[in-house]
Design a protein around this ligand. Structure first.
Ligand code: ATP
Length: 366
């Protein structure tokens, strides 16, 4: 069983920097867990503590349910791949991949078979005789992956392994890496600051900010129901609309979210009404994704928010409209067809397709 558990793990460096603050995280056997967060939030430090390259200041690291704080990196049966993967320049690709097996004393015949298998799985079977200098960046990264995985580690740790590659290659390799680790059933912790990478590769994503774990969940959970305002604002492009609203529960059983001069109406049978009803009389922050709002013409009957288009942005597969609703700026995904800004730029917004989450707190915290 290759599980990882962090129990109240804190890392304070000698200069007093609190890089990781009381983190609790469980990674299941065979799971692909992504640690996501901006630069300096402590992701690499978490990974290095799991690897045994840093000691936690307090707290416990458990591997396979056993306390691992005192185990050396070698005793942890892990493999690591970093952004600046270092291959041995004088060795061929085949020898680079075989190197960990040679160290472990694996006989030449099974060693050769394992190298062929791994190279085949990574699509580099035809370059085994070349030197690293004769490879493309993507091929070199595949060799680094092959060398890490050839010993069939129980746990695979990767720190921004794709960040030195161009975007096309990154997209290709991220599918390969997550496919390969799943095929091998190896538990993986993958560090990145790239949310597209995190959301496409992960079984679950752990989002960090300033050493503190903000949220852990499947990509759908953290995107759709972020646990904190920070996560709501951090995940997704364009950013989630975060609007301050006052909640009123009306006795004829509907709820309004008052945004200054205009209001959003939620019928009582909408489950989101009940979610916000207990904030009656309070100001809350309501989060809604651009794709949750449907643009309509301004003369559409019913409860329609009126917005003024500031500008449109065309992205090929989608168009975004940036609007002001009174003093509030929002962004809407033009799924129903492009909007022309027209003479006065007025636009109606039909409902709120989804209230992704209501987040008690102030938008300023985000
Ligand atoms: P990046 O994506 O830029 O690598 P990260 O999220 O992985 O960032 P860490 O490298 O874990 O972040 O660093 C977390 C914090 O700890 C940062 O403020 C960093 O400057 C600090 N830090 C890291 N290593 C040390 C060290 N050896 N001594 C003091 N502070 C350190």
């Amino acid at each position: 069983m290759s599980t990882v558990a962090l129990k109240d793990v804190t890392k304070v460096f000698q200069d007093g920097t609190i890089a990781v603050d009381t983190i609790n995280l469980d990674v299941d056997d065979g799971e692909f867990m992504v640690l996501l967060g901006p630069s300096g939030c402590g992701k690499s430090t978490v990974l290095r503590m799991v690897a045994g390259l840093e000691d936690p200041t307090t707290g416990a690291v458990l591997l396979g349910g056993e306390l691992a704080n005192d185990l050396s990196p070698r005793e942890r049966k892990i493999a690591m791949v970093f952004q600046d993967f270092a291959l041995y320049p004088h060795m061929t690709v085949g020898d680079n991949i075989a190197f960990p097996l040679r160290l472990a004393g694996v006989e030449p015949t099974p060693r050769g078979e394992r190298v062929t298998d791994v190279a085949g799985a990574l699509g580099i079977g035809d370059v085994l005789g070349r030197k690293p200098s004769q490879l493309s960046g993507g091929q070199r990264q595949r060799v680094a992956m092959g060398r890490a995985i050839v010993r069939r580690p129980g746990l695979f740790l990767m720190d921004e392994p794709l960040s030195n590659l161009d975007s096309g290659l990154r997209a290709e390799l991220r599918a390969e890496i997550s496919g390969l680790t799943r095929e091998l059933g190896v538990t993986t912790i993958y560090v990145t600051h790239d949310q597209a990478e995190a959301l496409t590769m992960a079984d679950r994503v752990a989002i960090m900010r300033k050493g503190v774990l903000q949220d852990v969940g499947t990509p759908t959970q953290v995107y759709g129901r972020p646990a904190t305002l920070y996560v709501a604002a951090f995940l997704g492009s364009p950013r989630m609309n975060l609007l301050e609203a006052s909640v009123y529960v009306h006795l004829d059983r509907y709820v309004t979210l008052n945004l200054g001069e205009q209001a959003l109406y939620l019928p009582w049978d909408d489950i989101r009404s009940r979610a916000v009803a207990h904030y009656h009389g309070e100001r809350i922050v309501v989060g809604m994704r651009a794709e949750a709002l449907t643009p309509v013409t301004p003369d559409t009957p019913g409860h329609v928010l009126q917005g003024r288009i500031r500008y449109l942005e065309h992205h090929g597969h989608e168009s975004l409209a940036f609007l002001d609703i009174g003093a509030t700026a929002i962004v809407v995904d033009e799924m129903g067809g492009p909007v022309e800004s027209g003479e006065n730029g007025q636009r109606g917004l039909r409902r709120f397709g989804q209230v992704m989450q209501r987040l008690a707190g102030r938008a300023a915290e985000a």
